[in-house]
Design a protein around this ligand. Structure first.
Ligand SMILES: [Zn+2]
Length: 246
């Protein structure tokens, strides 16, 4: 029997059973296996890992674990400069686009609110999510760690929080979205793009008071939902400013 010593850092510990958290532990194996397979068999999805050191040297996912290796596994760093070592994640996508798991509908709406192309349907199944993410280069957001273990997924994020507002904060911080966010350019309902529209074209669809008090309107190019800067807009604006400050 061969053995290696492992230690996981920061939030990666959340994926481990209690007795393996924040301590060195011994992992036994009896056949040649890549370090990626070993780590995933312990419950940690590869999308969450940014750096693996074996005996102090950075390795990639294909490294074959050998007897007596000492392994340290680190999560995605956004703020630390680790340019000198091999980062495991592909380069961040310059124009981030998302596909969101079925139980994260509020998160999807928040992402659209700040302008990100976000596919969400409450009837996507696991196969749909994996296929859309890999074929369209969309970052898969999910709370299902097994989904992130699919090898075709190169860009994915495990969403730690269960509260929608915390979830959007988490995604903004982890992917550093503040600089690329453009609020109010996308339909929250369907992900379509908003276009300015003349009042007379949509007048008969407006509630009476809105027709009376508002002059500037946008319409979704896909589902034709009409938007204007009513009371709701003020509340949304506050929310967005709060989010993009974090
Ligand atoms: Zn729409």
């Amino acid at each position: 029997m061969l053995t290696a010593s492992f230690r996981f850092y920061e939030e990666l510990n959340d994926f481990l059973p209690k007795e393996r958290r924040k301590v060195d532990f011994i992992y036994s194996f009896d056949r040649k296996a890549s370090i990626k397979d070993c780590i995933e068999s312990m419950g940690v999805p590869h999308t969450e890992i940014d750096l693996i050191l074996v005996n102090g040297i950075s390795v990639d996912f294909s490294y074959i674990l050998t007897d007596q290796d000492q392994v340290s596994v680190y999560p995605v760093f956004e703020l630390l400069d680790i340019t000198e070592v091999t980062r495991l994640r592909p380069k961040p996508l310059r124009d981030p686009k998302f596909v969101v798991d079925v139980n994260l509908g509020r998160l999807a709406r928040y992402l659209r609110l700040i302008g990100f192309d976000t596919l969400y349907r409450n009837d996507f199944d696991d196969k749909d999510l994996v296929r859309i993410s890999s074929q369209q280069g969309r970052i898969l957001l999910t709370r299902d760690r097994n989904l992130l273990k699919h090898s075709v997924i190169t860009h994915g994020c495990f969403v730690y929080s269960t509260k929608p507002l915390k979830q959007i904060e988490e995604v903004i911080q982890r992917l550093d979205l503040t600089g690329t966010a453009v609020p109010f350019k996308r339909c929250i309902r369907c992900n379509g793009m908003l276009q300015p529209v003349e009042k007379r074209e949509i007048e008969e669809r407006l509630p009476p008071l809105t027709r009376k008090y508002y002059e500037v309107f946008w319409m979704c190019g896909s589902c034709e939902q009409v938007y204007w800067k009513g009371a709701h807009y003020g509340r949304m604006m506050e929310l967005v400013e709060g989010l993009l400050e974090c």
